[in-house]
Design a protein around this ligand. Structure first.
Ligand code: SF4
Length: 482
């Protein structure tokens, strides 16, 4: 007998001894009896029996595999490469695919008894094709799609509840979250001198904001909850869907204070960078200042810009504009900014909302320049002429005052830019994001969107529905950013 046959026999006997322990009594008796009764040519009887035994093994091994397979796990492993970003999508009411990495999705496929390339397919369908529903993944077997849905998995995309288009092409989107709360996100297209278009997504990090800065509509609307990772990422995908082009820049300057939801913001930042493929340097994280968070952010050594909203050159004035500044003195904030630069080699940029007659005097500019020189050099200041909001006592400054402020900073060797106001007529400019469902969710179900009352900002007429973005511009004037 050849070696091959010996191996073959030993495999058979091994398999059978294993199976006989685990499965057999009934199947083996039944099949051997059948074999013995069957008439087969004597010269083939040995190999015939072997073949039948193999077939028997295969028959038995399927139920056996099912019996010994570990229970199906629908939880995914934490990020293997970035320990700090364990998937938050496995917590909360539903399990969400958006926000998972390619590795996570491959593991998920394996956990569902699929081959790992199915995970790659999921990744492609979520991040490249940007599909919204699992049942739209027609490249994936129906059984796998059904298994995912039965286990409570969703893609994690929210419907676009409303869109408003401003005359300058800025589009504000309202996304309706799973708990019927609405968040706002803004797409800002800018064409440069060479004709290429940059599309910036201004994303929200919370539903509302607890910090109540005096000039900000979002703060006035109250606070409901932090956004989850996928709820931040999906804002960028929704803007890409509406504009039918890639988002090039992301600023975390929408509703909410990103540093109060730092974990989800970092996870979303990671996903936007690795999976949605937006460069770290194309992203800006903004904060009004939350104690101990700038240090934490610095430890991640991101290559993104940190924008700190100062709004005043001294502590006393700052407290009147930014109430939360009482718990984070200006000196401590500036020290943390200096430390951030030391850790990351990325300079902090400072945002300064100009409020007529409050903080827009040349003296304030001189004081601001002194403050910045005291804590380092090379700082950049973005001046933001106030965007009017309903119920605010603040006024937008005259152009002359804005220019004088900018000149005073420049003559003190501080680089400065005056933020061009975008989306004012859609109430989408900085400090203007607010909707009346920040605290109270919508009451009717998602199928009945038309019956919802319009949102606060639609006091200016609603321009378009999400499917008709090309239509008419609004007709109003000027605005600002925060
Ligand atoms: S400016 Fe930013 S931090 Fe202040 S209330 Fe508005 S959203 Fe919150």
């Amino acid at each position: 007998m050849s070696d091959c046959c010996t191996d073959f026999d030993s495999v058979i006997s091994l398999k059978f001894s294993f199976l006989s322990i685990l499965v057999f009594p009934f199947h083996l008796d039944y099949h051997l009896k059948k074999l013995c009764l069957r008439k087969v040519p004597s010269s083939f009887s040995l190999s015939y029996v072997k073949v039948k035994m193999l077939a028997l093994f295969e028959q038995c091994s399927m139920p056996l595999a099912r019996a010994v397979r570990p229970p199906r796990r629908t939880r995914v492993r934490p990020y293997s490469t970035v320990v700090a970003f364990a998937p938050s999508s496995t917590r909360g009411n539903s399990q969400v695919l958006l926000g998972l990495s390619e590795n996570d999705l491959q593991q998920l496929a394996l956990d569902f008894g699929q081959q790992s390339f199915r995970g790659k397919q999921l990744y492609h369908l979520i991040y490249k094709r940007k599909l919204r529903e699992i049942q739209d993944f027609i490249q994936v077997p129906l059984g796998f799609r059904n298994d995912l849905e039965e286990a409570g998995w969703k893609v994690g995309r929210s419907p676009i509840f409303r869109t408003v288009t401003a005359a300058d092409g800025t589009v504000k989107l309202l996304l309706k979250l799973e708990d019927n709360r609405l968040i706002e996100t803004v797409g800002i297209p800018v064409e440069d001198n060479k004709g290429s278009v940059r599309l910036t997504a201004c994303v929200s990090s919370q539903v509302g904001c607890p910090l109540r800065c005096s000039f900000c509509a979002t703060g006035k609307g109250g606070f409901s909850r932090n956004l989850r990772r996928h709820e931040i990422v999906e804002q960028v995908l929704a803007i890409e869907e509406v504009f039918k082009r890639r988002v090039t820049n992301v600023v975390f300057m929408g509703m909410g204070e990103p540093m109060l939801n730092l974990k989800a913001v970092l996870e979303a930042h990671h996903c936007l960078n690795k999976d949605v493929q937006i460069g770290q340097r194309m992203m800006t994280i903004s904060t009004v200042g939350v104690p101990n968070t700038i240090k934490k952010l610095a430890s991640h050594k991101l290559q993104s810009t940190l924008a700190v909203s100062l709004h005043a050159p001294n502590q006393k004035l700052r407290e009147t504009i930014v109430p939360s500044a009482k718990s984070y003195p200006l000196e401590a904030l500036m020290r943390d900014c200096k430390e951030y630069f030391r850790e990351t080699s990325r300079r902090v940029s400072f945002e300064y909302a100009l409020l007529a007659g409050i903080n827009d005097k040349v003296d304030h500019a001189v004081e601001l320049a002194e403050l910045l020189h005291q804590w380092g050099h090379g700082y950049h200041v973005n001046l933001i002429p106030f965007n009017p909001i309903e119920g605010s006592e603040y006024q937008r400054p005259y152009k002359k005052a804005v220019q004088a402020f900018a000149n005073a900073l420049e003559s003190s060797k501080i680089t400065v830019s005056v933020r061009q106001t975008r989306g004012l007529d859609a109430n989408a400019a900085c400090g203007q994001l607010r909707n009346e469902f920040q605290k109270t969710p919508l009451v009717t179900d998602s199928d009945n969107l038309e019956s919802q009352p319009l949102i606060e900002f639609q006091k200016t007429p609603l321009v378009t529905d999400s499917d008709n973005l090309e239509s008419q511009p609004l007709n109003t004037n000027v605005a600002v950013t925060c």
